[in-house]
Write a protein that binds this ligand. Structure first.
Ligand code: NAD
Length: 293
């Protein structure tokens, strides 16, 4: 059993830290929001007043934070206060370049870092069924694997540092484009007089099928559990999808890759979030399509 620090006890980090406690690990945590700290304490996490304090005596430090700047700042503060060698595992979604810069700083200080963003959302974090995509040394991946086994249903080693973030950005760019393409087709079908069930029955068994339709259908009833059945809540928020698209486009620019559809998807979600719909599941983009004539 390990001594683990967990920094960022929000929607994803809170349940992940709780699952580590449940598996018998000792977890010290820190978050800047009192409600997150209270919920974590109720789940057996020892909550302390700062990230360096949480990291004291820990072999492993998890971060689950909103962005790369906060991850960099947090790891810097931990290393500065106590440079003992540790394995830092960042499960946040951040830019590939940020992950690589952070890894350089961590290694220069004598510790190790792997990027391990996740797919599976809040329900996956609670159920311990996340999918981890991991960048970094193979040995460090093996070291962390037992913890990924507690928190998720799969963990894939994707190669060098930053590759976890790279595949996450690629996957979510595909997903955003697919969800918009599906929304356009469904609205076209509606206007041609096609009912949703007939559309679903044919397309979900045909070449146009996708996760966006078979699991995340953007209209009620055809898939009973999809967010559309409950006014698009809960789900994977449009604001988080926009964040991921911006990360993908930043990488596209750095590598001179012309991602035309990715750019259009980013514009669509930017406008949708700007209009106040950032809290809705990203499949709600169908409302944006319907609003245009
Ligand atoms: P969240 O906002 O619920 O949690 C982030 C937590 O970090 C918050 O509790 C916040 O108070 C805390 N925090 C902010 N600054 C801090 C600091 N300096 N020190 C300590 N704590 C600090 O967000 P989330 O949904 O849990 O997402 C966390 C990460 O996981 C993000 O990078 C997100 O993109 C990624 N992610 C989220 C989902 C999802 O469905 N929510 C899915 C996959 C990946």
């Amino acid at each position: 059993m390990s001594n683990i620090a967990f920094i960022g006890l929000g929607n994803m980090g809170g349940p992940m830290a709780a699952n580590l406690v449940e598996a018998g690990h000792t977890v010290r945590g820190f978050d800047v929001v009192p409600e997150a700290c209270e919920a974590a304490e109720a789940n057996g996490i020892t909550v302390v007043d700062s990230a360096p304090e949480a990291a004291k005596g820990s072999e492993i430090v998890f971060t689950s934070l909103p962005n790369g700047a906060l991850v960099a700042q947090t790891l810097h503060s931990v290393i500065e206060e106590d440079p003992a060698p540790r394995l830092f595992i960042d499960v946040s979604t951040i830019a590939v370049a940020e992950a690589r810069d952070i890894a350089d700083e961590v290694r220069a200080a004598g510790s190790n870092f792997i990027d391990a963003p996740v797919s599976g959302g809040i329900s996956g974090a609670k159920a311990g069924t996340l999918a981890f995509m991991v960048g970094g040394d193979a040995e460090r991946f093996e070291e962390a694997k037992p913890l990924f086994d507690v928190l998720g249903k799969s963990a894939t080693h994707c190669g060098q540092i930053g590759n976890g973030q790279a595949v996450k950005a690629c996957n979510n760019m595909i997903l955003a484009v697919q969800q918009i393409a599906l929304a356009e087709a469904m609205v076209l079908g509606e206007r041609l007089g096609l009912d949703h069930q007939a559309f679903f029955d044919v397309v979900s068994n045909a070449t146009g099928n996708s996760w966006s339709l078979s699991v995340n259908a953007p209209v009620p009833e055809v898939v009973p559990d999809s967010p559309a059945n409950n006014d698009f809540k809960p789900g994977f928020s449009s604001a988080l999808m926009l964040k991921d698209l911006k990360l993908a486009l930043a990488s596209a620019e750095e590598t001179a890759t012309d991602t035309v559809l990715g750019r259009i998807a980013e514009e669509q979600y930017e406008s949708f979030v700007h209009d106040g719909h950032g809290g809705l599941d990203f499949s709600a983009i169908i409302n944006e399509v319907r609003s245009k004539h």
